[in-house]
Write a protein that binds this ligand. Structure first.
Ligand code: ZN
Length: 316
């Protein structure tokens, strides 16, 4: 397999990946005067994030968008204000973290988390929500200094937590995880079912990168541990932020050098090799549920399958 054969895949937007049209302007995060001016500018837009959710609303032309207000309509609580960036028209975006979402603004506005909203929102809105949810998750879990144990406070418009006792600065963490579609020399794909998944749900294998490991080594180790299959060549395809709570999914196609499956029984309950025809038939019979959702897993399977995967409920 030649290198970069999946380069096109990375060009198409993958769910939850931030849009290119937002400039995060990291250099302005420490400038309180600049932030105050940006916050109070009439074109600035603010949305509330709470517990991984935000309000979304359907437009009259059938789109779904984040419910945003001018900043002057939002309560000023600078300690929970995240600056997310500026778009190509100069509009600045903030997320306001609160304990609860505001009351619904009209009949159709409703709370939505990323798993739902990621499929419905425009790339811009989805990217803004991913950024806000990732910051919220990190803020929530890092209220105490990992160096000295004292309380930390928010800084840099949500992008730093600073320890007032020892002065340490803590930055949002991102945990690398690998997700891979393994294929064999007959071009069959290896799909597994995790122990807690319902009957019929199969997907790619995945796992966290361990300290001291390259990502390629991580792919080979995870596949070996979970299903007992050896992997040779590993080809990077694309990545996806996965803020549940703080991962970055690194997507690969991986070539198996052995075919005997021995599941670990702890993470993976069942794994099978599927030809394209096997998978099509399994979708048709209902034996395998079509992968659906925001995960890059569906994209990896689709790349191998060669055409769009059926969605749940499609007549095959
Ligand atoms: Zn400290």
């Amino acid at each position: 397999m030649s290198t970069n054969s999946y380069a096109d895949a990375a060009e198409r937007p993958i769910g939850l990946t931030a849009p290119s049209g937002i400039d995060r302007e990291a250099h302005n995060r420490l400038d309180e005067a600049w932030l105050a001016a940006a916050w109070s500018h009439p074109t600035t837009r603010v949305f509330v994030v709470s517990g991984g959710q935000a309000l979304v609303d359907d437009t009259t032309d059938g789109r779904t968008e984040l419910v945003m207000t001018p900043a002057f309509e939002a309560p000023v609580t600078e300690t929970h204000r995240y600056f997310l960036g500026t778009d190509e028209d100069g509009v600045r975006y903030f997320a306001l973290q609160k304990d609860a979402l505001p009351g619904r603004m009209d009949q159709s506005a409703r709370p939505a988390g990323l798993r739902e909203a990621g499929l419905l929102l425009s790339p811009r809105d989805a990217g803004l929500l991913v950024h806000a949810v990732a910051l919220e998750n990190w803020q929530r879990l890092h209220r105490f200094c990992s160096r000295c144990g004292e309380r930390t406070v928010i800084a840099a418009a949500g992008h730093i937590r600073r320890c007032q006792a020892c002065g340490a600065e803590h930055y949002p963490r991102t945990d690398p995880a690998v997700i891979m579609l393994v294929t064999d020399d007959e071009d069959r794909a290896l799909l597994g079912r995790q122990v807690h998944w319902p009957e019929g749900r199969f997907s790619t294998l995945a796992g966290f990168v361990e300290p001291g490991e390259s990502i390629e080594q991580s792919v080979r180790r995870e596949v070996r541990e979970e299903v007992g299959v050896d992997v040779g060549e590993v080809e990077y395809v694309a990545s996806q932020p996965w803020p549940f709570p703080s991962s970055l999914m690194l997507g690969f196609m991986a070539s198996a050098t052995s075919s005997r499956i021995e599941v670990d029984g702890e993470e993976i309950h069942e794994a099978r090799w599927f030809s394209r025809e096997d998978l099509r038939a399994a979708f048709e019979s209902g034996e395998v549920l079509p992968p659906y959702g925001i995960s890059i897993a569906a994209r990896l399977i689709e790349l191998w399958y060669g055409k769009p995967l059926p969605k749940p409920g499609d007549v095959l």
